[in-house]
Design a protein around this ligand. Structure first.
Ligand code: SF4
Ligand code: SF4
Length: 425
């Protein structure tokens, strides 16, 4: 193993372990969270995901996926294993500095750094990686990745509402299906696809259950804990993850019944909007909780939005299922790479109501133009709804944590005062 790779693995392991330890040290964490901590530890600290996933001989093909537009149902139906590769590591993003322009966002730099060095080794496990053409940075990243690994580009239309775009997208998914069949040597049969849709449907059901449990008037799980559990789907087999999530939800349901909360009732209820906080970049989720806020929801493509929408196949013919997959992975997606993206505002309005939010923190990752572009519209909506918004621009470098802490603390204090004033009025 090269020295650079070794150094990166060690540094990555230390940061990831720091985050996981922090979660483990909370004595009042849900007991069922430990499963998800172990998944993330296998991926980032112990670097032993292949063993954990039991990728024995004959080893199934592993398909690395960026973003949330590639239907994992097709991957499972072909007998392969999907892994979600979007990166949140500061150390990997430093390694990616020399492979991307200075102002590229850290999500892309981290993915490039991890791929080039093969660290963590889950990046090396992938026989192919799928890069949807979402934002410009991801599109160009696909070209760069092709120097290190086989890349399939998934051409995602940027205007969802047009009939032509939907036809083109369906055609694209048929191409993805053919590519998977070629890669694995397995023809995707109707029955296998139906089973894969049902399997992911069960995962989506549990993800929605968690979403609903977090709407309870007294928060029953910390935001960084819920985010970790959802994120672990990226590195686990869907059926195992669903079993673990069912156990976690059962435990949380019990807490709701007994009004047990790690944080208490009179706590500002906050949403983390904007760019995704990808593990181990837990800067903002941790700060929000440490500074006395309850992070009750987010809109992240590795968090609450990851598994939210079910696939609506009716007749279960191959064509019906393909159309349903096409619809599921395009229409409800609120990634800001779509324009117009009014669906996002609709979802945010809904979240304010469902979670009884008191404020929104809006993450802009340095170099990400599209999330920053949509900030004005989000601020306008939140003004109408009477909610304060705090824009936070940062990257994966931990050096600004103390400076961010001051801002997050002041924001939460201001909301706390508002709540007290309203309570006293
Ligand atoms: S926000 Fe959009 S472009 Fe960024 S990682 Fe998520 S799905 Fe991909
Ligand atoms: S949407 Fe923004 S944060 Fe996500 S990959 Fe694109 S530029 Fe980076």
């Amino acid at each position: 193993m090269g020295k650079r790779k070794q150094r990166l693995l060690r540094a990555l392991g230390r940061s990831a372990e720091g985050v996981l330890r922090g979660l483990e040290e909370a004595a009042d964490r849900p007991k069922q969270l430990d499963y998800f901590i172990e998944v993330m530890r296998a991926a980032y600290v112990d670097d032993c995901l292949a063993e954990r996933l039991e990728l024995n001989e004959p080893r199934p093909k592993v398909v690395g996926i960026y973003c949330v537009m590639a239907p994992e149902e097709l991957v499972y139906a072909a007998g392969a294993i999907p892994l979600r590769l979007c990166g949140g590591s500061h150390e990997a993003s430093c390694a990616g500095d020399e492979l991307a322009p200075r102002d590229a966002c850290p999500v892309v730099k981290s993915a490039l750094g991890s791929t080039a060095l093969g660290a963590p080794s889950l990046y090396e496990l992938c026989d192919v990686v799928v890069v949807p053409t979402t934002c410009d940075a991801k599109r160009k990243m696909g070209e760069e990745l092709a120097q290190h690994t086989e890349v399939w580009v998934l051409d995602v239309p940027h205007v969802k509402e047009s009939e032509g775009a939907r036809r083109q997208w369906l055609e694209e998914l048929h191409g993805f299906k053919r590519d998977l069949e070629r890669l694995t040597g397995n023809r995707i049969k109707r029955r296998a696809l139906k089973e894969a849709i049902a399997m992911l449907g069960r995962a989506q059901h549990q993800a929605r259950r968690l979403y609903q449990l977090r709407q309870a008037p007294v928060p029953v799980v910390r935001g960084n804990e819920a985010a970790l559990a959802l994120h672990a789907f990226a590195f686990d087999r869907a059926d195992r993850w669903t079993e673990a999530m069912t156990r976690l939800n059962d435990e949380l349901e019990d807490r709701v019944r007994h009004q047990q909360s790690p944080q208490g009732a009179q706590i500002p209820r906050l949403m983390l909007a904007g760019a995704p906080s990808i593990f181990p970049n837990w800067k903002l989720p941790n700060l929000i909780e440490e500074m006395g806020g309850a992070l009750v929801t987010d809109e992240s493509c590795v968090g609450d939005r990851y598994l939210y929408d079910p696939v609506g196949a009716v007749e279960n013919t191959m064509e019906d299922m393909m159309v349903a997959l096409g619809s599921r992975y395009l229409m409800p997606c609120t990634c800001p790479s779509f324009a117009p993206n009014d669906d996002r505002l609709f979802r945010l309005r809904q979240a304010v109501e469902d979670f009884q939010l008191d404020g929104v923190l809006y993450l802009v990752l340095k170099g990400c133009v599209i999330y920053d572009f949509e900030l004005q519209r989000v601020e306008k909506l939140m003004r109408e709804l009477g909610l304060p918004v705090l824009r936070i621009e940062t990257d994966y470098n931990p050096e600004d944590v103390e400076q961010l802490r001051t801002r997050v603390e002041a924001f939460i204090e201001m909301i706390q005062e508002n709540i007290q004033q309203e309570g006293g009025a």
